[in-house]
Design a binder for this molecule. Sequence first.
Ligand code: UD1
Length: 415
Amino acid sequence: MEHFVIRGGRPLSGMIPISGAKNAALPACVASLLTDEQVIIDHVPHLRDVSTILSTISSLGKRVVRDEESVSIAGGEDLRCQPQALFVEQMRASFLVLGPLVARLGRAIVPLPGGCQIGARPVDLHLSGLRSLGAQVTEGANSVTVVAKRLRGARINLPFPSVGATEQIAMSACLAKGETLIENAAWEPEVMDLADLLRRMGAEIEYREGSLHIQGRPSLHGARHLVIPDRMEAGTYLIASAITGGQVTVQGVVPEHLRSVLQILSGTGCKIEETDHAIKVTSDARPRPINTITAPYPGFPTDLQPPLVALLSLADGTSTVEEKIFEHRFTYTSALREMGAQIEVNGRTAVINGVSKLQATSASAPDIRAGAALVLAALAADGESTIDNLGQIDRGYEHMVQKLRGLGGQIERIS
Ligand code: UD1
């Protein structure tokens, strides 16, 4: 089985370029379903999840052309209303095609995504949002059928600012008749990036005081869009700097998107330096312990919780991390415990008694971010670790081996 071999215990240092954001590129590709005209998306990372969304879109009848950094999506005069189940099963973000297909075709049949490693992840808010827009939603055992002659604008109050539900409803509402108000909308930078693309495509969409205001249009047109930098990738490498006692600069980022992460790293004793598009994190001592919770933006992102817990497992004292977004996001801590970390999980809270050293291990990447956390722990640990199930890491980190080697990390991919 393909695996990483990592020889840890050395500080990382140097500069690392940050790729386009996976979680912005995925909905941007889906938004291309809202028009037959050409949509060009730049700064699209080469990731397994991006390939999956492009396959989903091709399976619907779109012409997709990918080159080095860009994706062009066009056509669709004979758009189909049902994507291949295989692609939606591989990745939950494919479920986002549902609303745009209904808006364009009046009907869509999309497989229901199941739960995953980190939680049950229902899609009730996506479906109730589409019902509010006037769609008839029928849930089968494995798929959902949604029908609407023309969606109509509505006032929708989300009980939780779900990223996916906000994106699903916003894309659908762009082609609805009349005005839609999404209250308590998610406003993660990736959601705002999607809103930017939709505006370029001719949509009237604006975020004000916690709500997305959308004036529906009969049609949208083609556009070109540059995806924002990946704050999760940047945050992961900044934590890698902290955990190895290194000095790493992430280049091509929006520091504002990482504010909560920088506050936490500063709380653990790291020195932070930032310019308009770069951040340097320097660490020369054991991290200080901290207590924190994950939260919707601008809070500390759940996706960086596993790398943070890896860092805190080496802190000089006891930390707590409460996971507020996904109910099963601590399962990877068993692998950290095998490396010598002292972590106790009580429900949604991890209590981490810092140790001075981690030992090398052999482990499997359980999901994208937990996989990254294990890589970070291995880079800090004494000795040689192996990490397999790299398909998970490939879903979210472009060229991870080359990037870490560029920082002096001793990591190899063995086929
Ligand atoms: C997106 C991100 C993911 C990130 C998450 C939270 C993408 C492709 N993925 O996932 O990396 O960790 O945001 O920032 O952008 N929920 C419901 N019902 C719903 C929808 C969500 O109960 O209909 C719950 C979920 O189970 C979860 C919480 O809301 O507990 C947050 O989920 P959501 O914000 O929707 O995350 P995703 O869009 O799936």
